[in-house]
Design a binder for this molecule. Structure first.
Ligand code: GLN
Ligand code: MG
Ligand code: MG
Ligand code: MG
Length: 468
């Protein structure tokens, strides 16, 4: 879609409002709603001024004016508002120079795609994120109170059914790990997931499937892969639809990486491939039918994984997922078969489908920054021919303890990840895709979260230490 097509859509559909949307550094979609009568060719070309100082991690109050530039290719009709509304995702520019604002995540994604082209390595990078989520009954306050005892009980290995009663869990429910894959009524979220997927389809999104995930109340819907910035836009729409359809069902959806102790967490595996001149660069005759470039790309991801964690696993809660035993990776290893490493090479029917799957990211990540950072790490691998080492095709957790201990791991906390990013970020700065100022702003926000978390007594500490 271009500006003309957006204006035609507004006219043909008798649209009342235009929702101008953008994503903040933490990854949350933000919006401001403009009366459609005011939206014309000039509006779309000149952009919309707003106060950037009210967004965490952006400008200070004395230099707060910023401009939102609507990107027509991202336009869609909102499926939830009663008044007819067209939504458009925006890039952010400095109003005086019209240059891209370096802390705008969507702008970073656009620059990463330009950098790929200018590097000569490839012209297109495809991303296929698989964002999982939980849906809980929307008795929010009750759940948040009871979740404490629920989690504590889980650590003892005993599931407290009284707690489930209190949470309103009275009906036929899948037990823990019971929902993957029996049909309804064990899978009682079928209708809701179908409605989520149909809503996405009506918004013009390319979708393929949905299913219950391994933990109880956990789900995944399938988006068909797309180019980097486009696919980050799609992921923002994916989360938006899931939150709103769940709410319409009287429930609440969460993309928090580890909401329940003792059960699988919520990952966002990211499948990636690079193409050049219409040909898949990752298909070849090396390990798992990969090319040298694909192996170097993996080398870059594994080398920079700890720094990437600060962007791909950006919450204190993320590190409660990255532990052994729940299909989430801990070890910095790769394999075609094994799901215990950070990178897997999914079986592909044809060279066109050849891709690399990073398994450590989670959906708390800002998708624009997450995809851009993964691409930058992989490109650094290709440019510097970073050897990923030998593949790990055994179940790594079956290795003798000394061998297991020799395999490097991902970070164990957000604190560690921020320190890793502080020490290793040159690969992100290539081509000015990320900037030092942007990373400083981002890390400042994330340190606030680390301190808030580290300085707050935890329910588990009451259990362990209250009577000491
Ligand atoms: N939930 C798992 C994770 O945290 C993934 C499970 C799966 O998709 N097979 O990554
Ligand atoms: Mg999947
Ligand atoms: Mg999954
Ligand atoms: Mg996967």
């Amino acid at each position: 879609m271009d500006n003309k097509a957006v204006l035609k859509l507004i006219k043909d559909e008798e649209v009342d409002y235009v929702d101008i949307r953008f994503t903040d550094p933490r990854g949350k979609l933000q919006h401001v709603t403009v009366v459609a009568d005011l939206v014309d060719e000039d509006f779309l070309e000149e952009g919309f001024m707003f106060d950037g100082s009210s967004i965490a991690g952006w400008k200070s109050i004395d230099q707060s004016d910023m401009k939102l530039m609507p990107q027509a290719e991202s336009a869609y009709l909102d499926p939830f508002y009663a008044e007819k509304t067209v939504c458009i995702h925006c890039n952010i520019v400095e109003p005086d120079t019209m240059e891209a604002y370096d802390r705008d995540p969507r702008g970073t994604a656009v620059k990463a795609e330009e950098y790929l082209k200018s590097s000569g390595i490839g012209d297109t990078a495809y991303f296929g994120p698989e964002a999982e989520f939980f849906v809980f009954d929307d008795v929010r306050f009750q759940v948040s109170m009871n979740k404490v005892s629920y989690q504590v009980d889980a650590i003892d290995g005993a599931w407290n059914t009284d707690t489930e009663y209190e949470m309103g869990n009275m009906g036929h429910r899948p037990g823990v790990k019971g929902g993957y894959f029996p049909v309804n009524p064990i899978d009682d979220a079928q209708e809701m997931r179908s409605e989520m997927l149909s809503t996405m389809k009506r918004m013009g999104m390319k979708v393929d499937k949905h299913h219950h995930e391994v933990a109880s109340c956990q789900h995944e819907l399938g988006l068909i892969f797309g180019t980097l910035t486009h696919q980050a836009d799609e992921l923002q729409k994916y989360k938006y639809v899931i939150h709103n359809v769940a709410q319409a069902y009287g429930k609440s959806a969460t993309f928090m990486p580890k909401p329940i102790a003792g059960d699988n967490g919520t990952g966002m595996h990211v499948n990636m491939s690079i193409w050049k001149d219409g040909k898949p660069l990752f298909a070849g005759d090396k390990y798992a039918d990969l090319s040298d470039e694909a192996l170097y790309f993996i080398g870059g991801i594994l080398k920079h994984a700890k720094a990437l964690n600060a962007i791909t696993n950006p919450s204190t809660n993320s590190y409660k997922r990255l532990i052994p035993g729940f299909e989430a990776p801990v070890l910095r290893a790769y394999s075609a078969r094994n799901r215990s490493g950070c990178v897997r090479i999914p079986w592909a029917e044809s060279p066109k489908a050849k891709r690399v799957e990073a398994r450590f990211p989670d959906p708390a990540a800002n998708p624009y920054l997450c995809f851009a950072a993964l691409l930058m790490a992989g490109l650094d691998g290709i440019k510097n021919k970073i050897d990923p080492g030998a593949s790990s095709d055994k179940d790594l957790y079956d290795l003798p303890p000394e061998e297991l201990a020799a395999i490097p791991t991902v970070c164990g906390s957000l604190r560690e990840a921020l320190e890793a990013l502080e020490a290793d970020h040159e690969f992100l700065l290539a081509g000015d895709v990320f900037t030092k100022d942007q990373l400083e702003g981002y890390m400042e926000l994330k340190w606030e979260e680390v301190y808030a978390y580290e300085h707050t007594p935890h329910p588990m500490e009451y259990k362990l230490y209250y009577s000491c």
